[in-house]
Design a protein around this ligand. Structure first.
Ligand code: IPD
Length: 264
């Protein structure tokens, strides 16, 4: 049986290879070849090429596994499923900003056991195995603890639908007076790793898809953070909320007062 640590090693190898390809092939200004749900929701040819590379490597190494990818959708069936975002933070990738990542998670029987987030321009590969901790290279990661809401640096992001963005702006304006400050880096996977590394204290966003938070979510929880949705629901596209226990509940209760899951 393949262990979580072995899945993490394989995922890291593939995420590194995809990252090297993306760095080598990224033109000065990658062209947007498609927009999806809105003009902000962009795809480049390299999103597709990176996902193809990742799929090819998974098929070579583990031909019986299923794959869910942001660009290619769901293929295969089975107990083991790879969750792939070839470029999380595509808008940053297009503009040459440094927060974009190759994100790969592995699920066994519906549970995420391995997560790798390669924040390529920064040369940082975050890894986690279920029960094996979260790591940045040789450094074991622990999220910040004992931080109260008023002293918290909070990361967030915005979905692509215009109506949802309007609400997210309103919610953000209400959160801002209650926290130390807010950051919007542009990659949900990197935001979750930032919680794990103590570079921010918390992250919340309505809208990220499974491939955006699967790997980073394991990195954050293995670093001691709590990951969930609103009102006791699990994390999901309705809400991704992540912070150390204590701060998680404080931020949750603040957000609950502003009904962050409405769309207009
Ligand atoms: C997006 C990024 C962004 C977040 C969006 C995601 P993509 O992923 O993670 O930070 O705010 O919700 O969809 O589209 O660049 O893979």
């Amino acid at each position: 049986m393949t262990t979580p640590a072995e899945f993490t090693r394989l995922a890291a190898e593939i995420a590194r290879e995809a990252g090297e390809m993306l760095l080598a092939k990224r033109p000065a200004r990658p062209e947007v070849v498609q927009t999806k749900s809105s003009p902000t929701d962009v795809v480049t040819a390299l999103d597709r090429a990176a996902e193809e590379l990742i799929r090819a490597r998974v098929r070579e190494m583990r031909p019986d596994d299923a794959i869910l990818g942001e660009e290619g959708g769901a293929t295969g069936e089975g107990a083991v499923r790879w969750i792939v975002d070839p470029i999380d933070g595509t808008v940053n990738f297009v503009y040459g900003l440094p927060d974009w990542a190759v994100s790969i998670a592995v699920e066994v029987d519906g549970e995420i056991v391995a997560g790798v987030v390669n924040v390529v321009p920064r040369g940082e590969v975050f890894t986690a195995s279920l029960g094996g901790g979260a790591w940045l290279g040789g450094e074991r990661l622990r999220c910040n603890t004992g931080v109260s809401l008023s002293g918290a640096l909070v990361a967030t992001g915005f979905g692509y639908q215009v109506g949802r963005r309007t609400v997210q702006g309103e919610v953000l304006a209400k959160v801002l007076p209650h926290v130390r400050d807010v950051r919007r880096a542009g990659s949900a996977a990197a935001d979750l790793c930032a919680v794990a590394a103590g570079r921010v204290d918390a992250y919340y966003e309505r809208g990220p898809q499974y491939w955006d938070y699967a790997a980073g979510g394991l990195v954050a929880t293995e670093a001691g953070a709590r990951l969930g949705g609103m009102r006791g629901r699990p994390v999901g596209p309705d809400m991704t909320l992540c912070a150390a226990p204590g701060l998680f509940e404080e931020l949750h209760d603040l957000l609950a007062g502003f009904d962050p899951e409405r769309d207009e």
